[in-house]
Design a protein around this ligand. Structure first.
Ligand SMILES: *Cc1c(COP(=O)(O)O)cnc(C)c1O
Length: 361
C-alpha cells in the first residue's frame, strides 16, 4: 500500500490517521449494528448517541458555557455568511473587519440584507496584517461586529480580539477551530466549516449564545436558515450531515486523548516555530505576513521568483510534500499545518526546504 503523503492542504485537509483507521474499521458494521453510520437513521438510538457524544465532547474541549447552543449544520462556512445577518441583523446594521477574502465575502453577503459597514481592513497591504482594532468606529446601532479570526489564505490571525465596545462579536474560526483554547464567553457566535481542522467538508459548527436565538429574523428567512429551528430540534430538524458529524465526534475524542486544547496549542506553537524560524533565517524563502500577526495554522511563503516557486512545488510534491501551492489569488506557497499534521511532517518539510535552498543557491 502507498505510504500516506504529508498533506499541507488548506482544506479539505489532513485528519488524524487514527481516526481514519477507526472509521475504516467501522465502515461495514458500526458497533454491532450491522450497518455503516452512513446507512443509519438519524432518528435511531445509535445515531442519537453519536451526535450527543460529539456535542458533549466539544463542550468539554472548549468549555462552552451552558448558555450557548451548539449546532451542527450544513452548507459549509459560506452559508453562514447569509445566515448570520438573516438572524442577527435586528437593526439591519453590522460592522465588518475585513482581513481577507473570507471576511470580504461575508461582508459582501451581509450587504444584501442590511447596512454592512467595513470599519477596518488590511486590503491596502494585500491582507498581510491584522489592523489595530482597539478603538474602531463601532456603529451605535450595530447588531454585531464580525471578524474572520484566522485568515486561511493570507496566514494572519487575530492575537487579541477587537474591542467591540459592548457589541456582540461574531467570529469565523474555520481555520483555527480547536487549535488552541478560547474563551467562548467573549463571543456571541463562533462558527466554522469543519474541513480545515476537524472533519469532512459540508458540516459547519455554530456555537451561539442562547439570547441571540429568536423568532425575530429578517422577513423571508428560509426555515432551514433559522438558528431557532435547529436549536429547538438539537440539530435534528432535518437529516443532518450524519456521517460528517460522526467523524467530527471521533476527532473530538482524539483531541481529548492528545490532552485537549492546551496541549494542542503547545504542539501547534512548536510546529509553527520550526517553520517560521527557518523562514526567518533562509536566504531563499521568506514569509509574507507581519510577524506579530502570524497564524499557527496557515504559513504562506515565497521565494520572490514565480519560476523558483513552481520548481519548488514540483520537487516538493514529488518528494511527498503535497498541496503546498498558495491560494490562486496570492501565488507562492502555503503550508497549512493543522492539528493533525505531525511534527515530523514539518521537520521533514524544513529539511527538504534547506536542501532545496542549497541546491538552488
Ligand atoms: C474555507 C473557509 C471558508 C469557506 O468554507 P466552505 O465550507 O467552503 O464554505 C470560510 N471561512 C474561512 C476562514 C475558511 O477558511
Amino acid at each position: 500500500m502507498k505510504v500516506r503523503v504529508y498533506n499541507f492542504s488548506a482544506g479539505p485537509a489532513v485528519l488524524p490517521e487514527e481516526v481514519l483507521k477507526e472509521a475504516a474499521d467501522e465502515m461495514l458494521d458500526y458497533e454491532g449494528s450491522g450497518m455503516s453510520v452512513m446507512e443509519m437513521s438519524h432518528r435511531s438510538k445509535t445515531y442519537d448517541k453519536i451526535i450527543k457524544d460529539a456535542e458533549a465532547d466539544l463542550r468539554e474541549l472548549m468549555q462552552i458555557p451552558d448558555n450557548y447552543k451548539v449546532l451542527f449544520l450544513q452548507g459549509g462556512a459560506s452559508s453562514q455568511f447569509a445566515m448570520i445577518p438573516m438572524n442577527l441583523m435586528k437593526n439591519k446594521v453590522a460592522d465588518y473587519i475585513v482581513t481577507g477574502q473570507w471576511a470580504k465575502k461575508a461582508y459582501q453577503e451581509a450587504a444584501l440584507y442590511g447596512k454592512a459597514n467595513k470599519i477596518a481592513s488590511s486590503e491596502d497591504e494585500t491582507f498581510s496584517y491584522i489592523p489595530d482594532c482597539s478603538d474602531l468606529p463601532i456603529s451605535e446601532d450595530a447588531d454585531y461586529v464580525y471578524i474572520c479570526e484566522n485568515n486561511t489564505i493570507y496566514g494572519t490571525k487575530f492575537k487579541t480580539l477587537p474591542n467591540t465596545k459592548g457589541k456582540p462579536l461574531v467570529a469565523d474560526v474555520s481555520s483555527c477551530f480547536l487549535s488552541e483554547p478560547v474563551d467562548v464567553s467573549k463571543y456571541a457566535l463562533i462558527y466554522g466549516g469543519v474541513q480545515k481542522n476537524i472533519g469532512p467538508a459540508g458540516v459547519v459548527i455554530v456555537i451561539i449564545r442562547e439570547d441571540l436565538i429568536t423568532e425575530d429574523v429578517l422577513p423571508g428567512t428560509p426555515t432551514m436558515f433559522k438558528y431557532k429551528i435547529h436549536a429547538d430540534n438539537d440539530s435534528l430538524y432535518n437529516t443532518p450531515p450524519a456521517y460528517g458529524i460522526y467523524i467530527c465526534g471521533k476527532v473530538f475524542k482524539w483531541l481529548k486523548k492528545q490532552g485537549g486544547l492546551e496541549a494542542m496549542k503547545a504542539h501547534n506553537e512548536k510546529k509553527a516555530k520550526i517553520l517560521y524560524d527557518f523562514l526567518d533565517e533562509s536566504s531563499l524563502f521568506k514569509g509574507t505576513v507581519r510577524k506579530e500577526d502570524r497564524s499557527l495554522m496557515n504559513v504562506p511563503f515565497i521565494t520572490g521568483s514565480e519560476e523558483m516557486d513552481a520548481k519548488f512545488i514540483k520537487e516538493a510534491t514529488a518528494a511527498g510534500f503535497v498541496n503546498l501551492k498558495g491560494h490562486r489569488s496570492v501565488g507562492g506557497m502555503r503550508a497549512s499545518i493543522y492539528n493533525a499534521m505531525p511534527i515530523e511532517g514539518v521537520e521533514k518539510l524544513v529539511a527538504f526546504m534547506k536542501e532545496f535552498e542549497k541546491n538552488n543557491a
